[in-house]
Design a binder for this molecule. Structure first.
Ligand code: TRP
Length: 466
């Protein structure tokens, strides 16, 4: 498409402006494959293998999965395209991108700041859960949890071990982020993500041959629509479905904006966005095909439904299998730990790029300072599991849904060039004319409705917590 001279001039102007703003070397992806692995790595995480199964179980199984898939299309894909387009256009951190990509940016930059704060909030407890996965990974080698899974779990969840592994995990994440975008993040994810997918596929094939496979699949795939019959219940499930869709795609906290800001100006957002969302959904479904047969085979399907499911019901089952259980445990918890790690680095990259771009702090200093601070806040979650559950609820159903609502209003109403920004660089498939009307009329309306409900629920829970 031949660009008009004014467009050329405008583009040249924004290019010099951003080049001047970012005199510091911000970094860039080395290859398209590297970017996709990083973004898939961000999306695929504890959300897919830990949070998705227990949220599904708590919401009546397949009836929830259907709503979740609907939310992926109505909220997830438009949000993904918007974040990629905003980041690639502005080529700045969360705050700078909101300031530069659309109209009235001096007000909208606070939505970016909300993203920075909520990414730090999520990482503070995410790293604690990740520490549990590392403990179970190591424990699988020695069969440490085989004698008495319940007691082992109690030692893992809270207290000195939880604190030590949380700290260790944060330190490793900070090390990778300190190394930079292509030297750190990209190098790590190019190995981790393919390994993770191979392990998860292998385990799902194994699970297929278990005696409980059919029962597990049935629970996962047969919708119980009676869960929908009460309208209050239905809205509650919808809130969880939208929250899970946003969480699993890493949306609403400017993580994808930040990763998008390291993209080539003419990368293909439609195909890449679909690939990322598709791969993440694939792994979540794979996670279901893996976890539910295991739970059913071990007779633990009924107890599924809480954050501990993965760390009690699965180990209990593995313990009954002896040496086979030990090897399965090593693989299963390695997959979880890899998934957690590649997501955690994207969470730390959000505040790091903010300090680098906006405050001129060097990357390694920013990442270490932030990691220390976040690790300290995370101590609260490492010492008290109720606090962890509470922060997760606050982060997902309030901060993330709120951030995503802000994102959709901004992209839909304050970025006149949104459609062109999404389509620029895409040839075969252009999703701009899907994203624009969705972000204007559909996504924000759904999110506003859900936010009202989830805020009300949150206040109720808050009162209960204190
Ligand atoms: N998507 C990750 C998961 O499913 C979690 C995550 C990483 C995230 N980065 C994020 C969630 C940014 C929200 C925003 O485990």
């Amino acid at each position: 498409m031949p660009a008009t001279p004014t467009e050329d001039a405008a583009e040249a102007a924004t290019e010099t402006a951003t080049a001047e703003d970012t005199a510091i070397d911000r970094g860039q992806w080395g290859s398209r494959f590297g970017f996709i692995m990083a973004a898939v790595g961000s999306a695929v995480g504890l959300g897919n293998i830990w949070r998705f199964p227990f949220t599904t179980a708590a919401n009546g199984g397949a009836a929830f999965v259907l709503l979740y898939l609907a939310m992926l299309v109505l909220v997830g894909l438009p949000g993904m395209l918007a974040e990629l387009a905003i980041g690639r256009k502005a080529r700045l951190n969360a705050v700078g991108s909101y300031r530069e990509a659309g109209e009235q940016g001096d007000k909208w930059q606070y939505v970016g700041l909300l993203g920075v704060i909520s990414a730090m909030t999520v990482l503070s407890y995410y790293a604690v859960v990740a520490g549990w996965t590392v403990q179970y990974f190591l424990g699988s080698f020695t069969g440490a949890y085989f004698g008495d899974p319940g007691t082992y779990l109690a030692g893992v969840l809270e207290g000195p071990a939880a604190i030590a592994f949380h700290m260790l995990f944060m330190a490793t994440v900070a090390g990778v982020i300190a190394l930079g975008v292509s030297n750190g993040i990209e190098r790590v994810v190019k190995v981790m993500i393919p390994s993770l997918i191979v392990i998860a596929l292998g385990l799902a094939v194994y699970a297929f041959f278990l005696p409980g496979a059919v029962e597990g699949y049935a629970f996962f795939l047969t919708p119980d629509f009676s869960a929908y019959s009460d309208p209050g219940n239905f809205v509650g499930i919808a809130v969880d479905a939208a929250g899970q869709a946003a969480f699993t795609l890493s949306l609403g906290q400017a993580a994808i904006i930040t990763y998008g800001s390291y993209l080539d100006p003419d990368s293909d957002l439609s195909v890449d966005g679909l690939t990322i969302a598709g791969a993440d959904t694939g792994v979540a479904i794979l996670g279901g095909f893996l976890v539910f047969p295991l739970l059913a085979a071990f007779g633990n399907l009924e107890t599924a439904g809480g954050p501990e499911t993965m760390f009690l019901a699965i180990p209990e089952g593995l313990a009954s299998l002896g040496i086979v259980g030990q090897s399965l445990g090593v693989l299963f918890f390695l997959a979880l730990a890899l998934a957690a790690f590649s997501s955690a680095i994207s969470l730390l990259e959000v505040p790091t790029s903010y300090l680098v771009d906006e405050w001129g702090v060097t990357r390694w200093k920013a990442s270490l300072l932030l990691a220390e601070f976040i690790a300290l806040v995370g101590l609260l979650s490492a010492m008290d599991q109720d606090f962890l559950t509470f922060v997760d609820l606050l982060a997902v159903n309030v901060l993330i849904l709120g951030g995503l609502f802000g994102l959709s209003v901004y992209a839909g109403w304050f970025m006149p060039d949104l459609k062109d920004e999404v389509d620029r660089g895409s040839e075969s498939l252009q999703l701009g004319s899907f994203a624009k009307p969705m972000l204007r009329y559909v996504t924000p309306v759904i999110l506003l409705g859900l936010l009202v409900v989830s805020l009300r629920d949150f206040v109720t829970q808050l009162a209960g917590f204190f």
